[in-house]
Write a protein that binds this ligand. Sequence first.
Ligand code: SAH
Ligand code: F3S
Length: 484
Amino acid sequence: MQEVEKIIDEKIQGKALVTAKRKENTKKLFIESYGCQMNMNDSEIVAAILDKEGYNTTQILEEADLVLVNTCSIREKAETTVRRRLQKYNAVKQVNKKMKVGVLGCMAERLKEKFLEEEKIVDLVVGPDAYKDLPNLLEEVYEGRDAVNVILSKEETYGDISPVRLNSNGVSAFVSITRGCDNMCTFCVVPFTRGRERSRDPKSILEEIQSMVDKDFKEITLLGQNVDSFLWYGGGLKKDFKKASEMAQATAVDFAQLLDMCATHFPKTRFRFSTSNPQDMSLDVIHVMAKHKNICKYIHLPVQSGSNAMLKAMNRQHTREEYMALVDNIFKIIPEMALSQDMIVGFCGETEQDHKDTLDLMEYVKYDFGFMFAYSERPGTLAGKKMIDDVTADVKKRRLTEVIDLQQKHALYRTQKHLGKIEEVLIEGTSKKNPNEWKGRNTQNTVIVFPKEHYKLGDFVNVKVEDCTSATLKGRAVGYSENN
Ligand code: SAH
Ligand code: F3S
């Protein structure tokens, strides 16, 4: 009896301690993220690190003790947006004088100490691999010194941190599986800001997914700059794989195996992944996708250009013909697959014929979705140093419009193919346009809206598609799907 009382006592004390710790979380963190999904996920990691330091997140900028902006360097425009936000923080700081401001992510890594000189408002500059150092850096800041850590790591994958889910719908979440990129596309700043490519231990990936499943999340997107080159051999640094023992190499886990593991372990969870680089994508991945109903039939497969000359200048490691063969094989194995592209128009030396080749490749694939950009020279990249940004702004603009228009036509062609079909949809939230309608996505990642009726957030339902635009399907639920 005494023993039982002791245990209960300890439990109560333990609980009191937890409550006390929560109470200590008096400081307020305002964190916002620009750029890719990886940045969104990194901000969740940062929120988890700072939760232990007594910070709760707030949506109200004016009441923040600490403001962090997770930045993107991919194009000049992304950087300009962040500079404008810094001006806004500056205005708020005139009133809330105690507020500290930190810059995280790719711009922090690219500009380093220069940031402190260029933007007087900034107290703290932290690169993507240095977030665990935030508690020390904040101590410096509170002692009145500026603090910078932009050291890139060969190991850091934040595998041991359980992210605090920000702006979460409670249904879908991201889990990072690789960091960095070794591909060195000549236009791209990512290898410089995010460092060498490294994969995370599958054990810690499965543990994180388990914790999300326990919290009732229904869909997990496996994230990386280059997920298809995932490789865990006891270590995760891609460039050292060849130095590993024969045994380690023979038992290494690649992306297809990881995906198979995830889908098998969590049969009720939907899986997505992003981003796939065509040169690293193996047909094994497509076969694993075909094998599991719970792996969504959608691949983001950026090509950047349809011209062999441009692909070569960009240091993409495949030709137009190889890409087309990959697409043919994908459709052969999974005819209902949805594909999306990233496309850059107006890269150095791009001729009218190169541009036509891009339009022609798009016509061949007829992508479901697309993300299209005018080339923006980035300092430090090979193209920035060695090539001439010689396509005029006007020509870039016109080519971009042509590419976007064609993509819109193909998107409509693809959405129309869903008309009349009954498709499984995961309910992710209320439609923005109509509070009486749910929105969710089918396996192909196409957004679909339908009347709410008695269905709930997080339900898997079968929806009959009745109408469409180029971006959205409209339908009516006909019952729960078997996965529910
Ligand atoms: N593998 C990454 C790619 C990151 S960059 C991922 O996870 O998404 C995203 C896209 O931005 C690229 O595919 C490319 O189309 C575009 N991009 C990159 N650098 C660019 C530049 N300098 N100018 C214009 N677009 C660029
Ligand atoms: Fe950038 Fe190419 Fe890697 S686009 S992220 S260097 S695959």
